[in-house]
Design a protein around this ligand. Structure first.
Ligand SMILES: Cc1cc2nc3c(=O)[nH]c(=O)nc-3n(C[C@H](O)[C@H](O)[C@H](O)COP(=O)(O)OP(=O)(O)OC[C@H]3O[C@@H](n4cnc5c(N)ncnc54)[C@H](O)[C@@H]3O)c2cc1C
Length: 633
């Protein structure tokens, strides 16, 4: 029997890039704060005044019931202990309508706004982050969202009521050999009479071991009548030939029902294709435009928890004659936790409300919040562990056994870590956002730096670029930040002036980078990462200023002011590092590390065992494993 291995599906960097590029949404029909920001324009008019939430009485009632249910019926510690969300919690959440939060009311869902949905995730996830991950994977990337955006009426009628009633869904893209690079996909959907046959193995599907409806990404081979390409299918989790071969276990999120799923000759009918053949990745990316907001909702949840525990503990614990919270070294951590929580929540709420009122394109903002939220929540939780001292490292059960509050800061740290990896790792988010940040430059000057472009196209591009840059570059010289603008923001005006000037500088740095490295700019990942991180900070500054001004509350103005001061310090460091860094030396040393030149440094330890493969290979064919599908009662 043929063994499919990583090396058998070699894909060049260019092919991988082409697949990603083909999936990119290229159209911009609505204004985008993020896009303008990277062009040097701080468009406060797009985010100020702070939008009005659209919650109605029904959603308020739902939030109350959810609060009541998760407070009284979800035992987060038990989920951690048993590594399992109990059946009755699935049932309780289903009865409340939690599996239909994002599904239209006409299909039996609650039809919540993005804002209410994220608030619900923040609330439910605070009992145990596995609950948040379950609900968010189900509706942000699972079947409901792609069907809402790309499904036919028949598909919506057939599947959405089942999901709204509590059936669980999952999203299956990753494979042993497909992580960040979908071009290597090897799960196939071969056209047959009336549909397709699915074959292959998918890895790490969240909810995979309980889901009865799956979104599966599979490669349709090109053939007569089939344009082929990566295609999205709705597949029944209990269909013949679907086997849950493993339930995976992780550093954190112990309650996650995450699977290795094998497909062997699974028949899917033509009407189970979502969208069109070859559109799979585009559907996945478009789904994530707003789907990405759910992950930072979990990060906000974690940050609020850290703030609560950090405050309580630092007020109570006395060492060296003072509350620990009054020692400057701890005060600065508490201030970071509080200000960052405010920053993250402001970015998230703003992005949700911009998505809800549908006037703006929020794809860059959502990506920035995911990036910023996942990175900063990790730091926040790490600081909480430090503030809690030894108790930060102790498990909740162990604390409780000694008669102390069962506050598992270590669990939170473990549960949070994955947010920097899934739904686009930080490195991939940097590239994805950077691609949008340089899009205008590529569209006017791309042909100049394209080695394959013929001379006539290059000449045309030269003219186009000359026209664009003659108009655009002067706009980067002065702006409201130069002339004492933003006065209506009171004490926060100085921060917006800073952000406006920094946005213009950022655009100039980006232009300089393009001019210096041209077509090789894409390889300057460290530079691009910093450009994006600066963009995220500036978006955060703009969001907190808009929110605090709207609140009119002194305590919010204080939090916003401090957040902006801390953020500006980070921007200064990032901006300096754009041109003063060790990137070239790092790359050279990494090459040497890869070649084994520094192997001597690994001596003096017991080396890790050699057995096992780096990436598991799998054999096509029927499963030889018991089906570990967990049937929910
Ligand atoms: C708990 C958990 C739940 C998950 N849930 C799901 C799910 O529901 N559905 C699903 O389909 N998948 C899921 N995944 C998979 C997850 O999305 C992937 O782990 C993620 O996409 C990264 O892929 P990878 O782990 O193969 O890393 P790799 O792609 O192998 O990357 C390894 C490292 O290289 C970096 N890297 C890769 N390519 C580049 C590049 N071009 N430039 C710079 N750096 C790069 C990465 O950022 C990373 O640091 C889950 C994973 C886990 C652990």
């Amino acid at each position: 029997m043929e063994v499919v291995t990583a090396t058998q599906r070699e894909v060049t960097a260019e092919q991988a890039r082409n697949v990603a590029e083909a999936a990119r949404e290229t159209e911009w029909h609505k204004p985008s704060f993020g896009k303008q920001l990277f062009l040097g324009k701080l468009r406060m008019d797009l985010i100020d005044p702070w939008p009005e939430p659209s919650s109605d009485e029904d959603s308020r009632r739902f939030m109350e019931s959810l609060r009541d249910y998760v407070t009284n019926h979800v035992d987060g510690a038990q989920i951690e202990r048993d590594a399992k969300i109990p059946d009755e919690v699935f049932r309780g959440l289903a009865e409340l309508g939690c599996f239909g939060m994002k599904i239209d009311t006409k299909y039996g869902g609650l039809g919540l706004s993005n804002l209410d949905y994220c608030k619900a995730l923040t609330l439910a996830g605070s009992t145990n982050p596995s609950i948040g991950a379950l609900l968010s994977a189900h509706q942000s990337i699972g079947v409901p969202q792609p069907l809402k955006l790309f499904g036919t009426d028949e598909q919506k009628q057939k599947y959405l009521p089942r999901l709204a009633a509590g059936e669980v869904s999952a999203f299956l893209l990753t494979e042993p050999d497909v992580g960040s690079d979908p071009a290597r996909m090897s799960v196939t959907a071969t056209p047959v009479e009336g549909g397709y046959r699915l074959n292959g193995v998918k890895l790490w599907a969240t909810n995979g071991s309980v889901a009865t409806l799956l979104v599966v990404m599979a490669l349709v081979p090109r053939s007569e009548g089939h344009r082929g390409g990566i295609t999205a299918f709705v597949v029944e989790g209990t269909a013949n030939g679907v086997t849950i071969e493993r339930r995976n276990a992780f550093l954190g999120l112990r309650g996650l029902e995450n699977s290795v799923t094998r497909f062997h000759d699974v028949f899917v009918a033509t009407d189970q294709v979502i969208g069109k053949e070859g559109q799979g990745l585009k559907i996945a990316l478009t789904t994530l435009n707003t789907g990405r907001l759910s992950l930072p909702a979990m990060c906000v949840s974690a940050a609020k928890w850290c703030l609560n525990v950090g405050r309580g503990w630092s007020n109570h614990r006395v060492q060296w004659g003072r509350k620990v919270g009054e020692h400057e070294a701890v005060s600065t951590k508490l201030a970071f936790i509080a200000a960052t929580t405010y920053g993250m929540e402001s970015m998230l709420d703003l992005s949700c409300m911009l998505a809800d009122d549908d006037r703006n394109d929020i794809r860059i903002e959502a990506a920035l919040v995911k990036l910023f939220g996942s990175e900063k929540a990790w730091l926040v939780a790490d600081e909480l562990v430090q503030v809690r001292g030894g108790r930060g490292y102790e498990t909740a059960d162990s604390l409780a056994a000694r008669g102390e509050k069962p506050l598992g800061a270590e669990q939170l740290l473990r549960d949070l870590r994955i947010n920097r990896i899934f739904e686009g790792s930080t490195e991939i988010m940097h590239l994805l956002i950077a691609r949008e940040a340089v899009d205008q430059h590529l569209s006017v000057a791309g042909d100049i730096i394209d080695p394959k472009a013929p001379p006539a196209r290059k000449a045309k591009a030269m003219l186009r670029a000359a026209g664009f840059y003659a108009r655009w570059l002067p706009t980067l010289l002065v702006g409201p930040g130069t002339f004492g603008g933003y006065r209506k923001f009171g004490r926060l005006a100085q921060h917006l002036r800073y952000a406006e000037r920094a946005a213009r500088r950022l655009a100039r740095h980006t232009f300089r980078g393009m001019a210096t490295w041209q077509g090789k700019m894409e390889y300057r990942q460290a530079f691009l990462g910093r450009v994006v991180d600066i963009g995220a900070e500036l978006f955060a500054v703009a969001a907190v200023c808009s929110r605090a001004k709207a609140s009119g509350k002194a305590e919010e103005m204080e939090l916003a002011d401090l957040f902006c001061r801390q953020s500006r310090q980070r921007v200064i460091v990032l901006e300096h590092a754009l041109w003063h860094n060790t990137d070239a030396e790092d790359v050279a040393l990494a090459k040497d590390v890869l070649s084994g030149r520094h192997e001597f440094l690994e001596q003096g330890i017991v080396a890790p065992p050699e057995e096992g493969e780096w990436v598991a290979t799998w054999k096509p064919g029927p499963s030889t494993e018991p089906n570990l599908m967990r049937k929910l009662s």
